[in-house]
Write a protein that binds this ligand. Structure first.
Ligand code: DO4
Ligand code: MG
Length: 285
């Protein structure tokens, strides 16, 4: 059983809603469940969402603004979890190549801090490239939604915006290449589910359009990921606590060719089968 839950702004107020064919069905707010964090920490978030949506009004998609589906959680990311990312990183970094090579097969994964909620942008909001980069790309990543006990309760789409020239110059610059204002897209909503994800059937595609024309398209499948979700979650939770839960981007398997960079005005669309499409327009400065 699964349900998609969105955080939306409707009539000037942030609300939770279940995503249906006809629109957003609002959730009633109760003393037990006022926030997305409350819902994610319910004994059974799917059941709780369904119960709170029962007989509630539906708001047309056009009458609500979807917000990033996050409250005050930290956002983390895994790196070099797909062969494509390992190869791209080794190409971009003369000095760091052997680090990327080794981490792909090492027991300990690459995990890095990606964003605080104020650096996260939701669906249709502008996503940013740094002013001091000449080579930036979006990274389309399946994102795990975790509770304070590190239980995996849902999935969303993440965009790990990356300045490849800064990251490639020196691996110690990774935090600057990855963490800055509006550096992380999340949304359009969360797929809450009781079921294990069908990794083989979960395609991730990235499309980048410039002046209305597609200039890049690429795709991968979650079964191309070299690590299990449990492995990544265990390492993230190792000696590390998340009082309100955490979001974990699981790495990219789609990297545009080395002569491609995003520019302001580009439209980025990331689709993950079973979840939805996250769209953002690129800005710089
Ligand atoms: O090591 C650099 C970052 C890797 C990354 O973000 C990815 O593989 O998605
Ligand atoms: Mg990434």
């Amino acid at each position: 059983m699964a349900v998609k839950v969105a955080k939306i702004e409707h009539a000037g107020i942030a609300r939770l809603a279940v995503v249906e064919e006809s629109g957003f069905r609002l959730l009633t707010s109760t003393s037990e469940c006022r926030t997305l964090t409350d819902l994610l920490h319910a004994d059974d978030p799917v059941d709780m969402a369904r119960g709170l949506a029962h007989k509630q009004p539906v708001v047309a998609f056009g009458d609500a603004k979807p917000l990033a589906p996050i409250d005050d959680q930290e956002v983390w990311a895994a790196g070099v979890t797909y062969k494509r990312s390992q190869i791209a990183r080794m190409e971009e970094s003369e000095t760091g190549a052997s680090h990327y090579d080794r981490v792909y097969t090492a027991a300990r994964p690459e995990l890095f801090f990606k964003a605080t909620p104020h650096r996260v942008v939701g669906p249709d909001a502008p996503i940013r490239i740094r002013t001091d980069t000449k080579w930036s790309v979006p990274e389309p990543e399946l994102t795990l939604v975790l509770t304070d006990g590190m239980d995996l309760v849902g999935y969303t789409i993440g965009n790990d915006m990356s300045a490849r020239d800064i990251e490639g110059e020196n691996p110690l610059y990774l935090p600057q290449a990855k963490v800055y204002n509006d550096c992380c897209g999340l949304g359009p909503w969360i797929l809450l589910t009781h079921d294990a994800l069908d990794r083989e059937g979960t395609k991730i595609s990235l499309s980048i359009a410039r002046d209305g024309k597609e200039v890049f398209r690429g795709e991968t499948n979650v079964d191309q990921m070299a690590r299990t979700f449990a492995d990544l979650i265990n390492w993230l939770g190792h000696d590390n606590s998340f009082p309100t839960g955490a979001y974990l981007l699981t790495g990219t398997g789609v990297v545009p060719p080395n002569d491609f960079t995003l520019v302001a005005g580009d439209e980025v669309a990331i689709e993950i089968v079973g979840i939805g499409v996250l769209r953002n327009r690129v800005v710089q400065g």
